[in-house]
Design a protein around this ligand. Structure first.
Ligand code: ATP
Length: 327
């Protein structure tokens, strides 16, 4: 299927006083229409920087140093800031962990929604209100007419996130990038918001990029997963393949660390060590200091993505998968 978003060889760097560091390293990913893609990895893997790069919201000292980003059949990586505003918050929306950050506490929900509509669409006040009501109903907010006149503090955390999703839907976007959208919410509300995102993708043909450190959540929600480590995608494939037959020792560790993998009476597993900082990425495979299966070659040669399953496109950047290291 023709991808709606296609990222090729993306490099993002930060110009620090001590020199340039690479936050996203030669990343390639594509997203099909209606597809739900999960981006997982521990803190510092580069998930958020990747999400911001897609909508070109990388601020100094960060910059996109190379690669291409195609949205539909247009290359948007070369777009000016002005042209990008037609895409951002319009065709591609991004939502974050804390809905309060995105809402103005002194304006009613109705005002914020209609302002967002007028920023992208030339419609009357009445039409803007109609769209706002329709989207609030779309995200299952009860009594939307009454809710339009209320302020953000009058809503619960879960309801505020629904409002953010409603705002992100105002322009019927093609893609929603959701960066840890439920991390601040309790588990039941988290599941409701995830169900809502699935419903919106299924019914409206919208695509979703779900960024989270929680492999358990992406397993429930996504069709495909990309696992990131130190700015690279180290494994990608259909969700079931990643969960059931992970190939990269890092992904295997993430799965072992899931609460549901714990056996009764055992302590919760933790991958030893930490994600490297950008100024200190090990040579060879960046995961080598933490890898239980490393060999000589892992210390010196960086593994390229190798196909683990041709049919599904399951790939892993590991010398075990390429056959350079005997398992
Ligand atoms: N403005 C910045 N200046 C320098 N380094 C930055 C900046 N923003 C992010 N980084 C670095 O880029 C790397 C990737 O950060 P990013 O926020 O994308 O990670 P993440 O996987 O989303 O983690 P988390 O789950 O904690 O949000 C980190 O090492 C981070 O320190």
């Amino acid at each position: 299927m023709e991808p709606i978003l296609d990222i090729q060889n993306l490099d993002v760097k930060f110009a620090l006083r001590t020199g340039e560091v690479t936050a996203i390293d030669n990343l390639s990913l594509s997203l099909a229409k209606g597809e739900r893609l999960g981006i997982v990895g521990e803190s510092g893997a580069g998930k958020s920087v990747m999400g911001f790069s897609i909508i070109k919201l990388i601020r100094k000292p960060g910059f996109i140093a190379g690669g291409t980003i195609r949205f539909r059949d247009t290359e948007i990586s070369a777009y000016s800031e002005e042209k990008m505003r037609d895409i951002r918050g319009n065709r591609i929306s991004m939502i974050f962990q804390d809905p309060m950050m995105a809402l103005n506490p002194v304006l009613t929900i109705g005002t914020q929604m209609t302002e967002a509509i007028h920023a992208h669409m030339d419609v009357s006040k009445e039409e803007a209100e109609r769209i706002a009501l329709e989207k609030l109903a779309r995200v299952h907010i009860p009594s939307p007419e009454k809710r339009l006149a209320q302020y953000p503090h009058e809503f619960s955390g879960g309801m505020r996130q629904r409002i953010i999703i409603a705002i992100s839907l105002l322009t019927d976007p093609d893609i929603i990038i959701a960066d840890e959208p439920t991390t601040a919410l309790d588990v039941t509300i988290q599941a409701e918001i995830m169900d809502l995102l699935i419903e919106l993708c299924d019914s409206d043909g919208m695509s979703l990029i779900l960024i989270t450190h929680d492999l358990g959540v992406v397993a429930e929600v996504t069709d495909r997963i990309a696992v990131m480590y130190a700015g690279r995608v180290i494994e990608t494939g259909p969700t079931q393949a990643i969960i059931n037959t992970p190939k990269h020792p890092y992904t295997q560790g993430l799965i072992k660390a899931l609460p549901e993998s714990r056996k009764p009476g055992e302590a919760l597993y933790q991958i030893p060590g930490m994600m490297p900082t950008l100024t200190d990425i090990p040579s060879g495979c960046a995961f080598n200091p933490r890898c239980p299966m490393k060999g000589e070659i892992c210390m010196t040669k960086r593994p390229e993505a190798a196909l683990a399953d041709e049919q599904t496109g399951h790939m892993a950047a590991c010398h075990l998968v390429s056959g350079d290291l005997a398992s």
